[in-house]
Design a protein around this ligand. Structure first.
Ligand code: SF4
Length: 127
């Protein structure tokens, strides 16, 4: 319909595809599609202290945490990761997203993409 209106195309060879991050957002690959999304969230949620986070922010964090878990790195994390609008104005050791800008370490962005979260968390844990 958009193509017929002149505001889009169905020809993917002409498309510019931009990964906005999210649960399956790294390197264009699928991650462990054999597990339901809810189970993946449950398996990494113990590492997160969340208050009113936006879905994109939380999904990007879960994707990054899942990758770290698969690499055996997540278990070395010794501090909860703050995330969400409820963290604004609060302090802590480690946070994800602009809402945690007053934390000692903040992975900045609104939302930060999965790759950025993954890289910065990995560097934090492995330092
Ligand atoms: S950093 Fe942005 S996307 Fe993340 S919880 Fe705060 S307002 Fe939402």
């Amino acid at each position: 319909m958009a193509e017929q209106l002149g505001i889009g195309t169905t020809d993917l060879s002409k498309a510019q595809i931009i990964n906005l991050g999210g649960y399956n957002g790294y390197s264009g690959k699928e991650i462990r599609e054999d597990l339901p999304r809810e189970k993946k969230i449950l398996e990494v949620s113990y590492a997160v202290s969340e208050v009113d986070s936006c879905s994109a922010c939380y999904a990007n964090l879960v994707g990054a945490l899942w990758r770290l878990r698969e690499e055996g790195i997540l278990e070395k994390l010794d501090v909860p990761i703050g995330i969400g609008q409820g963290m604004q104005g609060k302090t802590g050791r480690l946070g994800v997203g602009r809402c945690t800008k007053d934390f000692d370490v903040c992975i900045m962005g609104c939302p930060p993409d999965e790759e950025k979260i993954y890289q910065e968390l990995k560097a934090y844990i492995c330092k």
